[in-house]
Design a binder for this molecule. Structure first.
Ligand SMILES: [Zn+2]
Length: 382
């Protein structure tokens, strides 16, 4: 069952206030919406009858009767989200509070092109919904992360590396042909940043680096994802200093990605006679103290750190969190830290934390859930 959330009128306003955590009681809704208490109660009853809100327990008392707490009902719906990698896709169903109902990973070759890949994701969504969602709980939105640049205006993929056939493909439109629901299409590092931000509640400005097959970065400004025109945070094709010259997948020489991405490290290891099949294997080699791997990862960290030096001085974030499959290699984080501490202004690093990402493997799915819920609560009804 696919069904859009109500976004218009008083119902939409009240639902948004509860879903975003701004209000958790009828009194709170009345105060924030400017509606009379009686009409708030009427609308709340309608939303409870529609299975969207649940009212339970007791909230903080300010003397007098304890207010009952309003929450999105666990039966209000699910969101289906995916995080697409080069050779696999991570899939999840989340309830509207962002809690995963089920998460699983399936093999999926992005090089098979957008139609085959997106249809595979949609088939997987349908299977997961059939297996894990009780009858009567509607699907409220679908979304996917893309390991390449996404134009937020057209929601098309724009000149991605290592994704043959995807350039200018209308990902959101394609998903919408299958689901008449709000859709989310977002760069994967942006999704990771949106998920990670929830783990740093007292920090407003973050850079979240994704070090996996490629290198990306998501930027959180004043607690919100900063997209710019879509390219914000894309550090993969910044030119790095080098004695040699390596041509990047984008055609330019000496991009960061050509030296420090998981893909680049896998090529370099292969040239040294060490075969690995995915970036996570490199972490295994580092843990086993294979000197070539450790040295390459350390160099990658230094190069990423040198690029971040400029950005940390410029943006002056509270946190640089490093996620992605390479981030479990300790020398990577240590070298990033060393480069940034060595070259940044003291004022820029005084309170700066550079740390492994906290949100874990599902960061992008959690971020996708948060952004998709926002879209589902605001998107104009078709
Ligand atoms: Zn490049």
């Amino acid at each position: 069952m696919n069904q859009r959330l109500p976004v218009q009128g008083a119902q939409g306003d009240l639902l948004r206030l509860v879903a975003t955590g701004k209000a958790e009681s009828r009194a709170g809704l009345a105060r924030l919406s400017g509606l009379a208490a009686s009409s708030v109660s009427l609308r709340v009853e309608e939303l409870i009858d529609a299975g969207l809100l649940a009212e339970e327990g007791s909230g903080a008392s300010r003397g007098g009767r304890r207010p009952r707490l309003l929450r999105l009902s666990p039966r209000a719906g699910v969101l289906a989200v995916a995080d697409l990698g080069a050779h696999h896709v991570r899939l999840g169903l989340l309830d509207l509070s962002g809690t995963p109902v089920v998460v699983e990973e399936r093999p999926c070759e992005i090089a098979n092109g957008p139609r085959a890949t997106l249809d595979r994701i949609a088939d997987a969504f349908d299977e997961l919904v059939a297996a894990h969602v009780p009858a009567g709980v509607p699907l409220r939105g679908v979304g996917t992360g893309i390991p390449g640049p996404v134009d937020p205006a057209t929601r098309r993929v724009v000149t991605p590396s290592r994704m043959p056939g995807w350039n200018d493909f209308p990902v959101a439109d394609h998903l919408a042909t299958r689901y008449d629901l709000p859709t989310l299409v977002e760069n994967d590092a942006n999704l990771m940043a949106a998920g990670e931000a929830r783990w740093w509640p007292d920090h407003e400005n973050l850079m979240v680096v994704k070090a996996g097959t490629g290198i990306g970065c998501g930027v959180i400004v004043n607690g919100r994802l900063h997209r710019g025109r879509g390219a914000a945070g894309d550090i993969s094709h910044v030119r790095v200093r080098s004695d040699a010259s390596v041509i990047c997948a984008c055609g330019h020489p000496d991009c960061l990605e050509a030296y420090a991405s998981g893909a680049a490290l896998m090529t370099a290891l292969s040239e040294a006679g060490i075969e690995v099949t995915r970036p996570a294997d490199i972490v295994g080699l580092v843990h086993d103290a294979v000197p070539e791997a450790t040295s390459m990862v350390r160099n990658a960290g230094r190069r990423i750190g040198e690029v971040l030096t400029v950005l940390v001085n410029f943006f002056n974030p509270d946190v640089v969190a490093v996620g992605g499959s390479l981030s479990a290699a300790e020398p990577l984080i240590t070298s990033i830290r060393a480069a940034v501490w060595e070259r940044c202004l003291p004022l820029a690093t005084r309170d700066l934390e550079i740390a492994p990402a906290r949100a874990g493997r599902d960061a992008a799915l959690l971020g996708a859930g948060a952004l998709l819920l926002e879209a589902a609560l605001t998107e104009a009804q078709a």
